[in-house]
Design a binder for this molecule. Structure first.
Ligand code: 5GP
Length: 142
């Protein structure tokens, strides 16, 4: 497996070199909107520590990562009025991974709706900004 590349797009987001629609941040993790959402409210939670994916990560990152995933998933229920929240995570290209910095997808699933394609169409930034705001409001109420 290749080694971690600190020039990947999520590392650049973490360093503030490229913009993102932020939802939440703590010492170990950062949550923001996926630019090509598979459903309204599709969010990503990333570790601040750099690893390609779950396979090369130091296990100490998993507890804070999943704590933030749970926080964002609960906020998704409130912000997007859903009961169902899909959590998914890809490891290496054969499994569908496209960005090589450990991340977890948090996708609200309204009943009876289909997901759009993975890494499909870019959403309007105004819509992503609105959805990030809904998340932040839900988190502020929690
Ligand atoms: P993976 O396939 O690696 O699990 O997912 C990478 C995700 O990152 C995809 O869902 C894709 O839409 C998203 N993505 C790719 N480039 C960017 C970007 O520059 N900004 C944001 N916010 N999301 C991105």
């Amino acid at each position: 497996m290749p080694s971690y590349d600190p020039e990947n797009i999520f590392a650049k987001i973490l360093r503030g070199e490229i913009p993102s629609h932020k939802i939440f941040e703590d010492e170990h993790t950062y949550a923001f909107m996926d630019i090509m959402p598979q459903a309204d409210g599709h969010a990503l939670v990333i570790t601040k520590a750099g690893s390609r994916n779950l396979l090369d990560a130091d296990p100490s990152v998993f507890a804070p990562l999943m704590a933030t995933v749970q926080k964002v998933a609960r906020a998704a229920q409130k912000a997007f009025g859903v009961e169902g929240v899909l959590i998914k995570q890809f490891n290496e290209a054969d499994a569908g991974q496209t960005v090589y910095h450990l991340h977890v997808h948090v996708i609200p699933r309204p009943a009876g709706t289909l997901l759009k394609p993975h890494s499909g169409k870019m959403a309007d930034h105004s819509l992503l900004a609105e959805h990030a705001g809904k998340y932040r409001a839900a988190l502020a109420e929690a």
